[in-house]
Design a protein around this ligand. Structure first.
Ligand SMILES: *[C@@H]1O[C@H](CO)[C@@H](O)[C@H](O)[C@H]1NC(C)=O
Ligand SMILES: *[C@@H]1O[C@H](CO)[C@@H](O)[C@H](O)[C@H]1NC(C)=O
Ligand SMILES: *[C@@H]1O[C@H](CO)[C@@H](O)[C@H](O)[C@H]1NC(C)=O
Length: 184
């Protein structure tokens, strides 16, 4: 009799343990979020317009590099326009908001952490998040798209960044971003 009570007590404790660890997460049907079965691939081409000088700079260095021989240790905060065409005066379709930080000691290479926040058409209010390594003197730099919001929920993919002819002496850089994004 005592043995039976002990076994029952042990079982009750076991069930209590399972219930207390299991009830914050559950499997659900993706259709309940209105998601179709299959993802689609979207290609976005925009021009990233960085400007460190002039009357209205869109980027500001908030931490100087640790030496004058590289950009290692520098941190720059940006709110750069994303335009439809290579001209800085072309239509703005969104903003690239985030940070680029000198992350390489023996070359000019940045860690890019930024959101592309779109503000036109059906993508208005949607974002993609890019996080990657950017050795800016390479012709084409590939960086991962690690997520998104709005139209780009569940996004993943990559971008190819290519610097366009720019007035670097004026603190300006224009970079073409071809983004390949899988999302629902
Ligand atoms: C970089 O150069 C400037 C002047 O050219 C100098 O004032 C500064 O101390 C140098 N910085 C470092 C980290 O060497
Ligand atoms: C852009 O517009 C500014 C002022 O409106 C003008 O000075 C500049 O030349 C234009 N740049 C280009 C590339 O068209
Ligand atoms: C984008 O959305 C914002 C906020 O909802 C709105 O104020 C703005 O007018 C929209 N822009 C366009 C071009 O539709």
């Amino acid at each position: 009799m005592t043995k039976l009570i002990l076994i029952l007590a042990a079982q009750i404790l076991l069930f209590a343990a399972i219930a207390s660890t299991g009830d914050f997460a559950r499997t659900m049907n993706q259709e309940h979020l209105g998601l179709p079965k299959k993802e689609k691939l979207t290609h976005i081409r925009v021009y990233w317009q960085d400007s460190l000088k002039g009357r209205n700079p869109s980027a500001v260095m908030i931490q100087q590099p640790v030496s004058n021989s590289s950009t290692f240790g520098s941190v720059t905060m940006m709110d750069d326009p994303l335009t439809l065409d290579v001209s800085r005066n072309s239509t703005v379709v969104g903003q690239a908001q985030g940070i680029y930080a000198g992350a390489a000691q023996r070359e000019i290479g940045y860690l890019m952490v930024m959101n592309f926040a779109f503000k036109t058409g059906k993508y208005n209010g949607s974002t993609i998040t890019i996080l990657g390594r950017n050795p800016v003197f390479s012709k084409v730099r590939e960086m991962p798209v690690v997520g998104g919001s709005g139209m780009f929920r569940f996004a993943r993919g990559y971008v190819e960044a290519q610097t366009m002819p720019s007035d670097f002496d004026a603190g300006e850089a224009t970079v073409e971003y071809n983004c390949y994004v899988l999302h629902y």
